[in-house]
Design a protein around this ligand. Structure first.
Ligand code: ADP
Ligand code: MG
Length: 244
């Protein structure tokens, strides 16, 4: 396996609030990392820092041969095609069909021809189980379907890494499974993923590694088995005691 991302001592301060206090780590190709931790521990800030939606205050992020913290906005936009973020709130364009949502980025950003983009989009809709929804508008979809479309849309860029910030938190409980299933199939295909989640089943069964965040640091990391069955730190033990 090769290293896809190297995170070196990143910090993030808002006013006097130091949210990230110096995080260093690596992501290997093909890893699925579940980022766990209490609310307010900086998980979203960390994820947003990794693709420079919120630039870190100090530190560096190497991805795909670049130090992201030194790039211009236009170069960053290019790199973000390989480092796509899937949000809790889907962010689909409501006024165009599902298929058009999937065609936008490849045709406008990557300059892929419409026919080729359409072929890819339809195959990705099939992959997320929604080939029959190409021509409907997002408003007619359930939350779980919208999130599956959002994942398919991220995949149209053929990214090297996907970042997910609580992708199932806005969903009714009965729709969580269908989204996690799509993410599991991506994991099985070898997609590198960083997933902030409260879904412990997913963390245990799909993730290859856990990063547990608290107090501005990754306090503990390890395989799911090590993390859940031989928890080392008191902070992680307290967290697990509250949620399990
Ligand atoms: P989590 O995702 O783990 O719940 P967040 O990263 O959202 O945590 O937030 C961590 C801390 O950073 C919180 O104290 C929050 O108030 C603060 N924070 C996050 N974003 C901002 C921002 N844009 N401006 C000021 N403070 C922020
Ligand atoms: Mg968050």
């Amino acid at each position: 396996m090769s290293v896809l991302m190297t995170i070196d001592k990143i910090t993030k301060t808002y006013g006097t609030n130091e949210v990230l206090k110096g995080i260093s780590n690596e992501v290997q190709e093909g890893e699925v990392i579940a980022i766990l931790g209490p609310s307010g521990s900086g998980k979203s800030t960390f994820l947003r820092a990794l693709n420079m939606l919120e630039a870190p205050s100090t530190g560096s992020i190497h991805f795909d041969g670049y130090d992201l913290t030194t790039l211009s906005e236009s170069k960053l936009d290019e790199v973000r095609e390989d480092l796509c973020m899937v949000f809790q709130s889907f962010n689909l364009f409501p006024n165009i069909t599902v298929l058009e949502n999937l065609l936008l980025a490849p045709t406008k950003v990557k300059g892929v021809g419409r026919q080729e983009a359409k072929k890819l989009a339809l195959s990705l809709l099939d992959k997320v189980g929604l080939s029959d929804k190409a021509d409907v508008y997002p408003s007619s979809l359930s939350g779980g379907q919208k999130q599956r479309v959002a994942i398919a849309r991220a995949l149209t860029m053929q990214p090297k890494m996907l970042l997910f910030d609580e992708p199932t938190s806005a969903l009714d409980p009965e729709m969580v499974g269908e989204v996690l299933q799509v993410m599991q199939s991506l994991a099985e295909d070898g997609m590198t993923m960083l997933v902030v989640t409260h879904e412990m089943g997913f963390a245990k069964e799909v993730a290859s590694k856990i990063w547990f965040m608290d107090g501005g640091y990754i306090q503990e990391e390890g395989t799911p088995t090590a993390f859940f069955e031989q928890t080392k730190t008191d902070r992680a033990k307290n967290f697990l005691a509250k949620i399990l």
